[in-house]
Design a protein around this ligand. Structure first.
Ligand code: GTP
Ligand code: MG
Length: 369
């Protein structure tokens, strides 16, 4: 099953009744479909497998299980161990418009029992899907009613099953999948720690790490006044904007949507500066910083320098030296022309290729962007 030495294979089951929207969401999140394209999808026959490489060392082994009754019967009987064994995550999709909600929950219970038996430590995410079809004022109430009912049918998983309202027509889909992916990434804590240190060094108000192919957020660090930002859905909104941008680039240039990436985008205003830039092969970094050209320039240089550290996290999980060494100096130090930079430059010895003021400590070489 393992394809790479350190690669983490995680089996994810995508289940729910036929027509609930499983393949639609899979195609949008992982295959660069837009919402209007999914009408073309036919019903899934048996199981469609996809291996999705995510963040370098995570391989999602996604089983999109056709939801027609005959197939489900087969999963629960003849293929029970094969389907429900070694599962890391079950994503169960409920169609909010279903006229047979009770029957859907009975089928869910049968699946839960199989999972309990074959993969008792699996995690369950339930998506209450097609929420766009419900009138806005009724959404919260209906969602709460459904989740309560489903939770009672969740047997031993009842206390840690997570619910999300979703629709392919807005960013709610990204919000749910962001949580799922976060759960699956093996070294999320380490990535987060590195991001927090980077935020401190560059004086960022917020740093958001996005996976480049899916545009899903991996994690974020929010500091200072940004913690009061009232737009709590900004992370998934940016995911959605990035995805739409990819599709429109692809439409206008003919490049496949999967390869349509930009190098950097910047917004500068009197109140804040914001930019999104490539961090590693698999990630983009969005940064919100105070409106200062010095901070902006220092931030961009430091991000450039820390790239190799993040790139390492993509593939390895062994302990490594503190990252302070990887950074150059804060904007204030650069402005002051802090003497230490020269000192360190001297200690580093003769590295012709390094940028003049800033460089990598700890014997590294500057990243030639
Ligand atoms: N209104 C609305 N329709 C949706 C949404 N998601 C999917 N659909 C529609 O639901 C229909 C069925 O979607 P599929 O993704 O093929 O369903 P499935 O769960 O894969 O079905 P099986 O493969 O038979 O198990 C498609 O025509 C989609 O257009 C949504 O969020 N809102
Ligand atoms: Mg399908």
């Amino acid at each position: 099953m393992n394809t790479g030495k350190r690669q983490k294979q995680r089996k994810v089951l995508l289940m729910g009744k036929s027509g609930a929207g499983k393949s639609s969401m899979r195609s949008i999140v992982f295959s660069n479909y837009v919402a209007k394209d999914v009408r073309r999808l036919g019903a899934t026959i048996d199981v469609e497998h996809s291996n999705i490489k995510f963040m370098g060392n995570l391989m999602l082994n996604l089983w999109d299980c056709g939801g027609q009754d005959g197939f489900v019967e087969n999963y629960l009987t003849h293929q029970r161990n094969h389907v429900f064994g070694s599962v890391a995550v079950l994503i169960f999709v409920f169609d909010i418009e279903s006229r047979e909600f009770q029957a859907d929950v009975i089928s869910y219970s049968a699946i839960i029992r199989a999972l309990e038996e074959c993969s008792p430590s699996a995690k369950i995410f339930c998506l209450i899907h097609k929420m766009d079809l419900v009138q806005a004022r009724l959404r919260v109430q209906l969602f709460d009613e459904r989740t309560e009912y489903i939770r009672t049918a969740s047997e031993s998983f009842r206390d840690n099953v997570e619910f999300f309202p979703t629709s392919i027509w807005d960013q709610s889909l990204y919000k749910a999948w962001t949580q799922i992916i976060y759960f699956l990434i093996p070294n999320a804590g380490t990535i987060e720690a590195l991001l927090t240190q980077l935020a401190d060094v560059i004086e960022a108000r917020e740093l958001i790490l996005y996976e480049r192919t899916t545009c899903l957020m991996v994690t974020h660090v929010t500091r200072g006044r940004e913690t009061e930002n009232p737009f709590t859905d900004r992370f998934e909104r940016i995911s959605s904007i990035l995805k739409t941008h990819k599709q429109s680039m692809s439409k206008h240039t003919g490049i496949p949507a999967g390869s349509a990436n930009f190098a950097e985008m910047q917004i500068k205003t009197g109140r804040f500066m914001f930019f999104i830039t490539r961090l590693t092969e698999n990630t983009n970094l969005a940064a919100s910083i105070p409106p200062s050209e010095q901070i902006f320039n220092a931030a961009r240089v430091n991000i450039l320098l820390v790239r190799p550290k993040f790139a390492e996290l993509d593939i390895a999980s062994k302990p490594r030296p503190g990252i302070q060494q990887a950074f150059a100096h804060s904007a204030a130090q650069i402005e002051r022309g802090d003497e230490r930079s020269e000192e360190e430059g001297g200690r580093r010895g003769n590295k012709g290729k390094e940028r003049e003021v800033v460089g990598m400590g700890g014997g590294g070489t500057a990243f030639e962007g």
